[in-house]
Design a protein around this ligand. Structure first.
Ligand code: PMP
Length: 780
């Protein structure tokens, strides 16, 4: 529902981890938060007083769009005093935090697809803010042995005609690396010869240690200043993160562009905070020096603790308040059942085992490292480092645990394909001739399945399809020359054809072109069988999930979104209910008793079912699987990725949840033998599902109303599906032909079924499997 960009963008990992640490603290867990990007000091008193005064003087109305003139003047004066820079006030804009300045800057500077060079490790917001401006982040890795500084050579080779800007974070978040004047001069030499801007994020410029001389990039010369947009703010130097004041200084044209954009986003930053920031910039500066010397003490302490841990290397930073140790030696080690594979795994382990929150390096583009913030108190640092040291010492080389080697096939086509079920015999003959041309003897597979007494022959050149076909069905007699009731051709590798399926009812022929996944073949087979068996034997197919209760069956029928799977597995939690079929049943009569058969030897189940029925996971482990995700890059579960608690990161070789299209062929008997599974049940209850917040839980309905709902394929109260395929008559995608005669035949079948069963309209929006149990067992 939300936009693609909102869907793709992740929340800032630092904010998320900090929030997690706060939530753990609220639950009474004594977690030490070393993830925060803000000083633990109070905002200086004079600044607070200025804020209060602003309120008392009713300075609480809209201000100038680019910031109040006095504050802009103070910024100009500070830049002059600190770095010898001369700006006019129209070359300065005040924003709601430096983050906001950066956002407006890239919106004002970048055209679609223009490139912005971002040295990595980078502050997490840079690539995202460039992407939001439709620019292209070009990540250029720096080396630990170069002190995480971008070298002139690296810069030069990253520049292309599309390059618009370079972001230079000095000192850097997350490494703490700072550029000497000489190092900056070397970069400036390259910049001089190129047509590009430098975004100099100098928000940590005041926090440098060991007499390091900080140089502002714009101070390297008038020519460089013209190409530089300086970003700074009061968050870090004055311990004012929550006040949200940052600023940009640069060429008037760019600042003016930012101002136009800002006038439509935030208007201007908070009036009270502007007054407080004015005081911060013009008032006494000794608090800044005091904080910097305290940070230096803390840096030295944490660095000393890190250096005492075997196999950890840590660059000694000159600024900011982060350390960025390389902890990759500990990857592939384990303790207490947690195996670490990468920086996310390390963050997860430290949170669970040591109750210390840090930020995984991968979020800054450096998976070998983690970021430890020393912005917190010495007491917290002592405790936190003690816990990290202890937790790391527990890590042992992972025993070569026998990894389950999943029997998994990955197919090119993942989804169902369109089916044309109205082709005539001529077209059928033409198609069969075409596909036969691709069925060379050297990779030809043929196998007869007996599906509820109907013999269906598969002819394919895809070994995976043959493999799943043989696994899915019971075998028909195998002698050659047996006349099948129908034939399915599934042929891959036909150039110029889209994946598609065709069916001709007269000759009972199915043709699948260029789909190598199993779903289309199975679906076509079930459709063909229904077509044959309803005419030959009066046996019809009903699509639904069915369970057995003491020899009597109930079937859940409903479109996607009505929680069919949850109800089905909810019922199976109760030992008295046995699994019958997970997708489709074939119904024949004995007198007036409708007998439903599960016709599949193995059930084709989406592997994400483990989310509602975890007991299946070990069974999937030794079943045949299709399209199970084994690499994080292939995961499509945006929600899960955002949680940053990925089981692939934590050592699992695959994830059953990650792809909707992942399936397994499961032998239902493996769940617990005949105690748990039966192939036949006498249907007594039909539950037609809907899902809305207001309708009654269950209403007994008469057969005509039930028929109307079933025939329409729509579910009352449930949202109309956007995909027409999902609102099929009788919710049955395997019906293939839906001519009026066919629908009439099917309606008559359901009429008889409903005459001999009790039918409920059941609302899964307000009731669970417990309610169905009550109805079926008669127990409250
Ligand atoms: N730049 C860098 C490098 C940062 O680390 C931060 C804060 N984490 C900011 C900019 C943004 O600071 P603010 O929006 O609080 O001014």
């Amino acid at each position: 529902m939300i936009s693609e960009k909102a869907n793709q963008i992740g929340t800032s990992p630092t904010l998320k981890i900090t929030a997690k640490a706060k939530a753990m603290k609220a639950e009474g867990i004594d977690v030490i938060d070393l993830s925060v990007g803000e000083p633990d000091f109070a905002t200086p008193d004079n600044v607070k007083v200025a804020g209060i005064k602003a309120i008392e003087q009713n300075f609480t109305k809209y201000t100038e769009n680019e910031g109040i003139p006095t504050l802009k003047k103070a910024i100009v004066a500070r830049l002059k005093e600190d770095y010898g820079l001369s700006y006019e006030t129209n070359e300065v804009i005040v924003s709601s935090g430096a983050k906001s300045s950066l956002f407006h800057l890239f919106q004002a500077l970048i055209n679609e697809d223009e490139e912005v060079i971002i040295p990595s490790p980078f502050w997490v917001t840079y690539p995202q803010t460039v992407l939001l401006a439709k620019g292209k982040p070009i990540i250029v890795p720096t080396k630990e042995e170069n002190g995480f500084l971008l070298t002139p050579g690296e810069l030069k080779s990253a520049i292309t005609p599309a390059t618009k800007a370079l972001i230079l974070c000095n000192p850097s978040n997350p490494t703490g690396a700072a550029y000497s004047k000489q190092a900056l001069e070397a970069l400036a030499e390259i910049i001089r010869g190129e047509d590009l801007f430098v975004v100099a994020d100098e928000i940590y410029g005041k926090l440098v240690y060991d007499d390091f001389q900080f140089t502002s990039f714009a101070s390297l010369g008038e020519d460089i200043k013209k190409k530089t947009i300086l970003i700074n703010g009061v968050s870090k130097s004055y311990s004012m993160t929550g006040w949200r004041i940052g600023y940009a200084a640069g060429p008037a044209e760019i600042i003016n562009g930012m101002a136009k954009i800002q006038s439509h986003t935030t208007s201007h930053p908070c009036s009270i905070s502007q007054k407080a920031s004015l005081e911060a910039l013009i008032g006494p500066q000794y608090e800044v020096t005091r904080m910097a010397s305290e940070f230096q003490r803390r840096r030295n302490y944490v660095l000393m603790r890190l250096q005492s841990i075997p196999h950890i290397s840590c660059f000694k930073p000159q600024g900011a308040f982060y350390l960025f140790p390389n902890v990759s030696h500990y990857y592939d080690k384990e303790a207490n059942g947690i195996q670490i594979r990468n920086s996310y795994g390390m963050a997860y382990y430290l949170l669970k085992e040591a109750r210390v929150a840090i930020v995984p390096g991968d979020s800054f583009g450096a998976d070998n490292c983690i970021r430890i913030s020393y912005a917190t108190s010495m007491e917290n640092l002592e405790k936190g480092m003690g816990r990290i040291v202890e937790a790391l010492s527990k890590l042992k080389t992972a025993k070569k645990v026998k990894r389950v080697a999943l029997n998994n096939s990955s197919t090119r086509v993942k989804k169902s394909v369109p089916v044309d079920s109205s082709i005539d015999v001529k077209m059928r003959d033409a198609l069969v001739a075409e596909v036969n041309g691709h069925l060379g003897y050297e990779n030809y597979y043929e196998w007869n399945a007996n599906i509820n007494g109907v013999i269906v022959q598969l002819r394919t050149n895809v070994s995976h399809l043959n493999d799943f076909w043989v696994e899915n069905w019971y075998p028909a007699q195998l002698e050659a020359g047996l006349e099948p009731h129908g034939i399915i051709y599934a042929v891959d590798g036909i150039a110029g054809r889209e994946p598609r399926a065709f069916y001709n009812s007269e000759t009972k022929t199915g043709v699948i072109v260029n789909a190598d996944n199993y779903g289309p073949a199975r679906s076509l087979a079930l459709g063909l069988v229904a077509d044959v068996s309803e005419r030959l034997f009066g046996v019809h197919a009903a699509r639904g999930m069915s369970v057995d209760f003491g020899g009597n069956g109930l079937i859940l029928i409903g479109p996607p979104g009505t929680n069919k799977t949850e109800l089905f597995f909810g019922l199976l939690q109760d030992k008295r209910f046995r699994l019958h079929s997970s997708d489709i049943v074939f119904v024949r009569y004995s007198g007036n008793t409708p007998l439903a058969d599960c016709v599949e030897r193995k059930l084709y189940i989406p592997t994400n079912t483990v989310e509602v029925f975890p007991r299946l996971a070990p069974l999937f482990d030794h079943s045949k699987c299709e399209n199970v995700i084994t690499r994080k890059e292939d995961c499509q579960d945006a929600e899960c990725l955002r949680q940053e608690d990925c089981r692939l990161d934590r050592g699992s070789p695959f994830c059953y949840k990650a792809a909707k299209e992942a399936h397994c062929l499961l032998d239902p008997n493996w769940i617990g033998g005949q105690e748990v599974h039966t192939k036949r049940t006498a249907l007594r209850w039909v539950f037609i599902l809907r899902n809305d917040p207001t309708s009654p839980a269950a209403i007994l309905i008469d057969k005509e109303e039930a028929l109307r709902i079933l025939e329409s394929g729509e579910s009352p109260g449930a949202k109309k599906s956007l995909s027409p395929a999902k609102n099929q008559p009788f919710y049955n995608p395997h019906l293939l032909l839906t001519t009026p005669e066919r629908l009439e035949l099917h309606k008559n079948f359901f009429r008889r079924l409903l005459e001999n069963t009790s039918c409920y309209l059941f609302n899964s929006g307000v009731a669970s499997a417990e309610k169905i149990k009550e109805i079926v067992t008669g127990e409250k």
